[in-house]
Design a protein around this ligand. Structure first.
Ligand code: PLP
Length: 438
């Protein structure tokens, strides 16, 4: 496919260096299984499942057929005070794989909306139990929780908030769990659980009665795969329980088998009060997110309202869109029928072995990994992020799509990947970094 330079001008691309990209465009025109094809006809491996969405592999006809059939039968209906069967069915199926006691699901259209919705759920819950003064939220340095005003406020990545100074003022940040002394860490770090005591410090500084919720990603994804130290999430849970603070896990990246179980909270054995999810919920085929809450949170909000009153003043025109629900149901069926979460658990050791074999490469300064998720740090170039974007482009033309966050490449192949795909990913990374030099 020929692309005229001026034909790209009008699309303002998200999270993209528009000028650089448009001078050397990399368009994907076809996808199937773990593979992509670019506009020049080259074939690539999808090393990041698109953007951590396509867990069941690309081109799943079961999902496309379900969406098509749904749109032909009932394309849309208001989700407010009316309903379509798919949203109830998808919520029921999700409740079956969620941690025990997390049984109620609110649908949204993205991870960012899920995060903002989770904050509103926390506020509504605290108000319903007579603790409406708990308006403070605790997040972490280096955190990424999407791009809406709530998520940007919780963000600890400076690039995500320095341009947008008018954010919620009631957010305080704990330290993150990255340690400069431990560059190559496979699985959960042994040390660092004490960093969870930062939550206690926030309580000592601001008073528990002002804090509504603490939000973390079980594995921090967009900051470069920071796996929680052993005991860290448990300690957060303990402190939250002691002081009546809600614990929110943002599972937008690590949900749906990425860690070898349906959700990372199950892999780490810690159950939050509220969970956010998106991406692999529909295998990326339809935009959708969700917030799942515990019975305690749901019952408290719902029971506080008078009979026949709306209990939670929140919702989107496209909450539980029929096409997205159809995609979600078909996706969960694939995960179950093909046992993809178990498959991810089985492939994980091989995947991590291969990832950590790359550590002899000069340009690589750190590797972290868990499940089918790995972050590979590169020595920075002239400015932070330049090396990452140079290597990302080179990888693409060498046949591998990898999502970069600054100078860290994040490898997260579809859960249907074979060992041979993992080998191929590694050999393209090695070849590309050898070509790149210092
Ligand atoms: N939360 C986390 C942990 C994420 O990684 C992301 C996106 O990558 C989001 C929220 C935002 O999701 P979305 O881009 O669908 O709005």
């Amino acid at each position: 496919m020929n692309i005229a330079a001026n034909s790209l001008e009008h699309h303002w691309m998200p999270f993209t260096a528009n000028r650089a990209f448009k001078s050397d465009p990399r368009l994907v025109v076809k996808s199937e299984g773990v593979h992509l094809w670019d506009h020049r006809g080259g074939q690539l491996i999808d090393g990041s499942s698109g953007l951590f969405c396509v867990a069941a592999g690309h081109g799943r006809s079961e999902i496309a057929d379900a969406v098509h059939a749904q749109l032909q039968t009932n394309d849309y209906m208001s989700p407010f005070a009316s309903g379509t069967p798919g949203s109830f069915e998808l919520a029921r199926k999700l409740a079956a794989i969620l941690p025990e006691g997390i049984d109620h699901v609110f649908f949204v259209n993205s991870g960012s909306e899920a995060v903002d919705t989770a904050l509103k759920v926390a506020m509504a819950y605290n108000r319903a139990r007579g603790e409406g003064q708990r308006i403070r939220f605790v997040s972490r340095e280096r955190a990424y929780h999407g791009v809406n005003i709530g998520g940007v406020s919780l963000s600890g990545m400076v690039k995500n908030r320095e341009t947008f100074p008018v954010v919620m003022p009631n957010v305080v940040l704990m330290r993150h769990t990255w340690s400069p002394n431990e560059r190559f860490v496979r699985g959960q770090p042994e040390g660092g659980a004490e960093l969870a005591d930062d939550l206690q410090r926030m309580i000592d500084a601001y008073g528990a009665s002002t804090i509504g919720a603490c939000i973390v990603e079980p594995i921090a994804g967009s900051t470069g795969i920071l796996v929680p130290p052993k005991g860290y999430l448990e300690r957060l849970r303990e402190i939250c329980d002691k002081y009546g603070i809600l614990l929110i896990f943002d599972e937008v990246i690590c949900g749906f088998g990425r860690t070898g179980k349906a959700f990372a909270s199950q892999s780490f054995g810690v159950t939050p009060d509220i969970m956010t999810m998106a991406k692999a919920l529909t295998n990326g085929a339809q935009p959708m997110g969700a917030v799942a809450v515990s019975d305690k949170v749901y019952d408290t909000i719902v029971d506080a309202a008078p009979d026949n009153a709306i209990e939670f003043f929140h919702g989107y025109t496209y909450s539980g869109h029929p096409a997205a629900c159809a995609a979600g149901i078909a996706t969960l069926d694939i995960y179950e029928n093909e046992k993809l979460f178990e498959r991810a658990a089985e492939l994980s050791d091989y995947f991590l072995d291969k990832m950590f074999e790359l550590q002899d490469i000069d340009l690589i300064t750190g590797i972290r990994g868990y499940g089918l998720l790995a972050g590979i740090d590169l020595a920075p170039g002239a400015a932070p992020g330049l090396r990452g974007s140079e290597v990302q482009t080179r990888l693409f033309w060498n046949g591998l799509h990898v999502k970069f966050t600054g100078d860290c490449g994040i490898i997260a192949p579809p859960l249907v990947a074979e060992r041979s795909h993992v080998d191929e990913i590694c050999s393209i990374i090695r070849k590309t970094l050898e070509e790149t030099g210092h």
